[in-house]
Design a binder for this molecule. Structure first.
Ligand SMILES: [Zn+2]
Length: 161
């Protein structure tokens, strides 16, 4: 897990925006997450275990717990970073123009805490044609098992009615 337990803003249920001074982030995030999320760093390509992962579940922001992507929108882009063609919801992501390094790119940030996640490019697969190229360090993954169990239980209860 990338998230330290002493992170008071980390929540998978609370959607309220997180605004913290930089020194607070530095205290509550691991150095790896802090460098990418708050200093717009980039992890080495091919370094993330999520890059080739095919596990079914949900990817969350490692800084605040905001749900970002579902595994069924993940695809193998070959670019060296975990890649998705669509965020879990429109509000999950914030888009910012990034013209650093002489390139015109669009930066993607977490919609809840504005942590830097990566960039979005328009060379992705259908149906969106987009490629969200995301640093695995700022992703927390949760397998679908728990959610599916709950779903199946709910469905069975519905059938009884
Ligand atoms: Zn976040």
């Amino acid at each position: 897990m990338n998230s330290p337990k002493n992170n008071p803003v980390y929540s998978k249920n609370d959607n309220s925006k997180v605004v913290l001074p930089d020194e607070e982030w530095k205290k509550i995030l691991s150095p790896e997450v802090y460098t990418i999320a708050r200093q717009k760093g980039t992890e080495r390509p091919w370094s993330s275990k999520f890059e080739t992962s095919k596990e079914v579940g949900t990817y969350y922001c490692a800084a605040c717990g905001n749900a970002l992507f579902k595994s069924d929108t993940k695809f193998e882009s070959g670019c060296g970073w975990p890649s998705f063609y669509e965020p879990i919801s429109k509000a999950a992501i914030i888009y910012t123009p990034d013209n650093t390094y002489g390139m015109r790119r669009t930066e993607v940030e977490c919609g809840r805490c504005k942590s830097h996640l990566g960039h979005v490019f328009d060379d992705g697969p259908p149906p969106t044609g987009l490629r969200y190229c995301i640093n695995g360090v700022v992703l927390d993954f949760e397998k679908a098992k728990e959610a599916e169990k709950k779903y199946n239980k709910d469905t069975n209860e519905d059938r009884k009615l």
